[in-house]
Design a binder for this molecule. Structure first.
Ligand SMILES: *Cc1c(COP(=O)(O)O)cnc(C)c1O
Length: 387
């Protein structure tokens, strides 16, 4: 992935900041926004995303593992950095002033011992499984954990959190609402509302992007958007999060490396899956599954050249594929080709507004997956350029 690659993922940091502001406006001034920047900020670049969001006022960041937290600190990121998957690297957590999501008593005890040894205290967020069926303690254990944290030296309860499994599904709204009520009930039993009045207030958080969209009563004092920060809509039903206001942050471009004309009846690429039906003008593109442009896009994908859609024909190879540009006049060697997003100068020709952009959701449909995976895949497989 040298600087000279034909394939470039372009990250528009102004759009990232715009989306952060849209979300902050949506949740209102009494709710803070915890920016989920795990997995290299969903493929957008951990440090670059954190710096842009910091400058825009973000003070709390969510990462998966301790190493990401260390990277942020070494890049000079201040504020709260919360490690969501837990860790047994207690020294590093303390050394880099990270906060830890906790869901295990042995981890809490060990963290406490190390913190006491280093004469400090670590902020922990207790994760309760209120229905996600993944990470977190069971609700029946919550009281015991809160008491344990209260008595252990070297750790303090900074927050209590949970997670929704189905907030993106409109037909499950009742279930999501019920889960949120159960979480609220539990918090009341734990007397967290009273603790919340303490300074600094405990952070109570459960809302991901989908819940920010559909369940305002789940905002508490902190929300945890990920996908919506990157300009993608979390669900296919719109309630609070204004879809038309979010801006895609990532685009993916390649260039034409050869133009050629072939006759009708000519087989294209490995296996000749596609046989031309007419005399055809082709643009060869230097992108393939090694760049995250997966083989399963074969027979599915379009690209945009000169503002117009061209289908990819035949097998997508490791580093190459072929587009049919017979209907697009004037294509030249090394012209920009949009794999996702729209043209960088946006001076697209004919084709209509919708046809002249390819969203992560559309690529995900072609691949048979979700836009989260497309962002991670493209972003982490290619050279990234920041605008
Ligand atoms: C990734 C993650 C989020 C963000 O989810 P989005 O759907 O991207 O908004 C929130 N909370 C937890 C615990 C996560 O792991």
């Amino acid at each position: 992935m040298s600087d000279e690659s034909f394939n470039k993922v372009v990250i528009n940091l102004a759009s990232l900041v715009h989306n952060y502001q849209v979300i902050q406006r949506t949740v209102g001034p009494s709710v803070s926004v915890l920016a989920m920047i795990k997995s290299d900020a969903y493929g957008h670049g951990l440090v670059e995303a954190a710096k842009a969001l910091s400058q825009a006022g973000a003070k709390t960041f969510g990462v998966a593992e301790v190493d990401e937290g260390i990277t942020l600190r070494e890049a000079g990121i201040e504020g709260d950095v919360i490690v969501f998957l837990g860790s047994n690297n207690y020294e590093k957590i303390i050394q880099y002033n990270l906060s830890l999501v906790v869901f295990d008593q042995d981890v809490l005890a060990a963290l406490s011992r190390q913190a006491v040894k280093q004469h400090t205290s670590v902020a922990v967020h207790l994760k309760i499984d209120t229905g996600m069926g993944r990470i977190g303690i069971m609700p029946t254990e919550a009281n015991c954990y809160v008491e344990q944290i209260g008595t252990l030296p070297g750790v303090h309860l900074a927050g209590i959190m949970s997670h929704f499994p189905k907030a993106d599904q409109e037909e499950c709204l009742a279930q999501t609402t019920e889960q949120n009520e159960a979480f609220c009930c539990l918090l009341e039993k734990l007397a967290v509302k009273e603790i919340e009045a303490e300074q600094p207030p405990k952070q109570i958080h459960i809302a991901n992007s989908a819940a920010i969209n559909c369940l305002p009563e789940s905002y508490n004092n902190l929300v945890r958007p990920g996908i919506s920060l990157y300009g993608c809509y979390p669900s296919d039903f719109e309630v609070r999060l204004p879809q038309d206001q979010l801006q895609p942050v990532m685009s993916f471009y390649t260039k034409v490396i050869q133009l050629k004309d072939v006759p009708a009846g000519y087989g294209l690429s490995y296996g000749h899956l596609f046989i031309t039906k007419r005399p055809t003008r082709l643009a060869v593109l230097p992108v393939g599954y090694a760049d995250g442009y997966l083989r399963c896009l074969t027979g599915q994908a379009d690209v945009i050249i000169k503002g117009r859609r061209a289908p990819i024909c035949g097998r997508i190879c490791m580093n190459a594929c072929v587009a049919d540009i017979t209907d697009i006049p004037g294509v030249e060697l090394f012209d920009e080709v949009v794999l996702m997003g729209k043209h960088s100068n946006n001076s697209s020709g004919a084709g209509g507004a919708d046809m002249a952009a390819i969203s992560a959701a559309e690529v995900a449909d072609w691949m048979g997956t979700i836009h989260y995976e497309v962002l991670c895949l493209f972003g982490n497989s290619n050279q990234r350029i920041y605008r």
